[in-house]
Ligand binder design. Structure first.
Ligand SMILES: Nc1ncnc2c1ncn2[C@@H]1O[C@H](COP(=O)(O)OP(=O)(O)OP(=O)(O)O)[C@@H](O)[C@H]1O
Ligand SMILES: [Mg+2]
Length: 248
C-alpha cells in the first residue's frame, strides 16, 4: 500500500469497551484505533486484558459492552465466522493446528476457497516461509514453532484485511521467529493491517508505527514506541512507582 492511500483512516475502532468476568473487570472502557495499513502494537503486563480484547474483537467472547467497528461496520456481538469472513482474522496465544491433518490440509481447510486456487496459495505460502518440505507432515509431528507458523499461514489463506496476532513468536525458535516477522513486514507492504500482542520490546520498536499500552484493563498510553516507553504511567505499570528505568 502507498503511504497515502487511506493511511490516516482507522480500519478498526474500539470505543469504551468493557468486559467483566464476575467481578474481575478485564476491560474497563478501552478506546483504541488501528490505522489502515499500519502495524500496531498492543503491550502490557501479564493479565492486563490483551487476550480478552482479542477475544471480544474477534467475536469469540460475546460478553462485552461498548462499540467496535471494522471497516466502518459495527461488529460487536456478531458471530466469529461473520467477522472472519468480513476480513478480520486472528491467531490464538496457544497454537491451534489440527494434529491429524497434514500441513497442506491445515491450510486448505481454512481457506474460503476450497479449490485449486486454495491449493496453489497454500503451497506458495509454505514456500515463502521455507516449510514446503513439510506439506505432507501431520500437524502433531511439527515443532511448536512450526505449528505456530502454520497457524499464522492458515489465517493468511483468506487474505484478511486486518490480522490480530496474539504473541505469535512465543515459544518459536529465533530462525522461525525472523521468518514470521519477515512475513508480517512483507504482507504489510502489500497492504495488510496488523494488531500485534508481543512482549519483546525490540520487535515492537522495530515493527510498530503505533503502540497501545494496556494495564489492568485500561489503555494507559498510545503513540510511537519511543513516546510510550518513557511515559510515567507505563513505567509505573511495568516496574512500580520507584523504578526510573524505561521499558525494554
Ligand atoms: N474466561 C475468563 N474467565 C474469568 N476471568 C478471565 C477470563 N479470561 C480472562 N480473565 C481474566 O481477565 C484478566 C485479563 O486476562 P487476559 O488473558 O486478557 O490477559 P493478557 O493481557 O492476555 O495476559 P498475558 O500477557 O499473560 O497473556 C485476568 O485477570 C484474567 O484472569
Ligand atoms: Mg494473553
Amino acid at each position: 500500500m502507498s503511504e497515502t492511500a487511506g493511511a490516516s483512516q482507522p480500519i478498526l475502532c474500539v470505543t469504551n469497551l468493557m468486559r467483566d468476568f464476575g467481578g474481575v473487570q478485564a476491560l474497563r472502557g478501552v478506546n483504541l484505533n488501528v490505522m489502515r495499513g499500519s502495524i500496531t502494537g498492543l503491550i502490557g503486563p501479564n493479565g492486563s486484558g490483551k487476550t480478552t480484547l482479542f477475544q471480544v474483537i474477534s467475536g469469540v467472547d460475546a460478553g462485552a459492552t461498548g462499540s467496535i467497528t471494522f471497516d466502518g461496520e459495527p461488529i460487536l456481538g456478531k458471530r466469529p465466522s461473520k467477522i472472519y469472513h468480513r476480513g478480520l482474522a486472528r491467531t490464538f496465544q496457544l497454537s491451534r493446528v489440527f494434529p491429524e491433518l497434514t500441513v497442506l490440509e491445515n491450510l486448505i481447510v481454512a481457506g474460503s476457497r476450497r479449490d485449486h486456487r486454495a491449493h496453489e496459495r497454500a503451497l506458495g505460502l509454505l514456500e515463502r516461509v521455507h516449510l514446503n518440505d513439510y506439506a505432507d507432515v501431520v500437524g502433531k509431528n511439527l515443532s511448536y514453532g512450526q505449528q505456530k507458523l502454520v497457524e499464522f499461514l492458515r489465517v493468511l489463506m483468506s487474505e484478511p484485511a486486518l490480522i490480530l496476532l496474539d504473541e505469535p513468536a512465543a515459544g518459536v525458535n529465533p530462525t522461525l521467529r525472523e521468518t514470521l516477522w519477515d512475513m508480517v513486514r512483507h504482507l504489510n507492504g502489500l497492504g495488510t493491517t496488523f494488531l500485534i500482542i508481543e512482549h519483546n520490546m525490540e520487535v515492537i520498536a522495530d515493527l510498530c508505527s503505533e503502540v497501545y499500552v494496556l494495564s489492568e484493563g485500561e489503555i494507559l498510553a498510545h503513540g510511537d514506541f519511543a513516546t510510550v516507553r518513557n511515559d510515567e504511567r507505563v513505567l509505573e505499570a511495568y516496574f512500580g512507582k520507584s523504578r526510573k528505568s524505561s521499558v525494554a
